[in-house]
Ligand binder design. Structure first.
Ligand code: NDP
Length: 449
């Protein structure tokens, strides 16, 4: 039987990072993956999604360009071309991931990894022995059990639709639902976004949620709050006839459920090693990503901590440094920034105003709402919202939120300041870059009443 210091199950962001770093520290490492190296983010998540977001935004850009003197003729949108180009780039990235692993000296195995016991992993016909095992199998889409759900797709299939749907219903109010509603709407699909509760993006700052909802409706999305899909039937011409809980009906080409993701544990045979799970089927781990079994670890979405690629890589890296690099450290899950690549995008770091008021005695908020300079020459009525949350006692900035162009690019820098413990006085003392949108974060002086 082949013996390894570390076997990693799952070739996504977290697993690949951990395997490479551990091998770099001198460990004998093997990694197995049943699909393609790169994981959800690269193959059917963040990266292809962002390409589709770029594609969708051109519609608005072409329109706005007229006010800047351009005369353009747009001859439609070619879905097949976008998908083919996107697939080519994903193939390239998949190859890069494989090369990174090879160059680091990691043994690459293709196949599903299953636990035989706490030190043994089965991959196809091979049985491997490991001192340590890292599970980094990520998550899979959750689809509710409603009549006709088989006629709907998840975010796995949306990247491979044969043709652009003329009409679509997107279900959910989280990252994926809001992003794909924006993508479909931007490329000209008649799009409804259906969310079961009273406002999209639960957990985000309430002002940002309201602002974004308003903006996406202005851009043409049919936003249906407090509604859900009850059943789906296939029509004779293969369209989807949807019945809603509010009693209405609609027939569309495509129904996309973006109703959350669940930990991918099914094929692992975790019971063979006695690995403990939480209520949602997530692998329970401590701050060092260690499970209840001493030599078995887990990182990334399968642990249901913060389901973001950079968090999984941070966890994988910290694990490899701690257990193979003689450098004990753990991933810090405080002040993790994130963005929703909606149209306009939303980005956030730290606490929302609502969370801050629960945790601090005295909270000041600063809000700025305006039309960005670029749009002032155009008919584009999109407005931008920026918000800072400050602990009034310490003057520390404890949250920043934005809905507007380049929100993600801007928030990355703000996240560094907040991570470093910057105060509102530090923000005030920072000279803005003029004219920019980002400078507004340095010029907000009037507290919200
Ligand atoms: P989220 O958990 O963000 O959102 C799921 C949504 O589906 C919620 O609005 C939820 O409603 C709703 N929902 C859940 N169950 C049902 C149901 N039975 N019927 C109707 N609606 C339902 O999941 P996503 O799928 O959007 O994304 C998964 C994770 O992936 C995210 O949490 C994020 O961490 C990550 N991600 C990050 C991205 C980024 O960084 N840009 C992009 C995409 C994904 P309710 O609010 O009421 O619970």
């Amino acid at each position: 039987m082949n013996k390894y210091d570390l076997i990693v199950i799952g070739g996504g962001s977290g697993g690949v990072r951990a395997a490479r770093i551990a091998a770099g520290h001198g460990a004998k490492v093997a990694i197995c993956e049943e699909h393609r190296y790169g994981g959800t983010c690269v193959i059917r998540g963040c990266v292809p999604k962002k390409m589709m977001v770029y594609a969708a935004h051109y519609a608005e850009d072409f329109h706005d360009s007229a006010s800047y003197g351009w005369s353009t003729t747009v001859n439609g949108f070619d879905w097949s071309k976008l998908i083919a180009n996107k697939d080519q780039e994903i193939d390239r990235l998949n190859g890069i991931y494989i090369n990174l692993l090879k160059n680091a000296g990691v043994e690459i195995l293709n196949g599903t990894g299953r636990l035989v016991d706490a030190n043994t992993v089965q991959v196809g016909e091979q049985t491997l022995n490991a001192d340590k095992i890292l599970i980094a199998t990520g998550g899979t889409p959750f689809m509710p059990d409603i009549p006709g759900i088989e006629h709907a797709i998840s975010s796995n299939e949306v990247f491979h639709l044969d043709a652009q749907p003329n009409s679509a219903i997107v279900v959910g109010g989280g990252y994926i639902a809001v992003e794909f509603a924006g993508i479909f709407n931007g490329i000209g699909t008649d799009t409804s976004l259906v969310y079961r509760s009273d406002q999209i993006l639960r957990g985000f700052d309430n002002d940002i949620r309201k602002h974004l909802a308003n903006e996406i409706v202005k851009k043409g999305i049919d936003l249906q709050l407090n509604n859900n899909i009850q059943s789906i039937e296939l029509t004779d011409d293969q369209r989807k006839q949807v019945r809603f809980t509010n009693g209405t009906e609609k027939t569309v080409d495509c129904v996309l459920f973006a109703t959350g993701r669940k930990p991918a544990i099914e094929s692992l045979n975790l019971g063979n090693a006695g690995v403990e799970l939480g209520d949602k089927g997530e692998i329970k781990v401590d701050k060092y990503s260690r499970t209840n079994i001493d030599n078995i670890f887990a990182v990334g979405d399968v642990t249901d901590r913060i389901a973001l690629t950079p968090v999984a890589t941070m966890e994988g890296h910290a694990f490899a440094d701690t257990f193979f690099g003689n450098n004990e450290r753990f991933a810090d899950h405080e002040n993790v920034p994130s963005a929703v690549f909606s149209q306009p995008p939303v980005a956030t770091v730290g606490l929302t105003a609502e969370q801050a008021r629960e945790r601090f005695n005295s909270v000041d908020t600063y809000t700025s709402e305006f039309r960005v300079l670029k749009h002032t020459l155009t008919e584009n009525t999109e407005r931008t919202l920026m918000k800072l949350i400050v602990d009034a006692d310490s003057d520390k900035v404890i949250g920043a939120h934005m809905a507007g162009p380049e929100a993600a690019e801007i928030m990355q820098g703000i996240a560094i300041a907040i991570k470093a413990g910057a105060t509102k006085a530090d923000f005030n003392a920072t000279v803005g870059i003029h004219p920019s949108t980002a400078e507004e974060f340095c010029t907000m002086r009037t507290k919200d009443s």
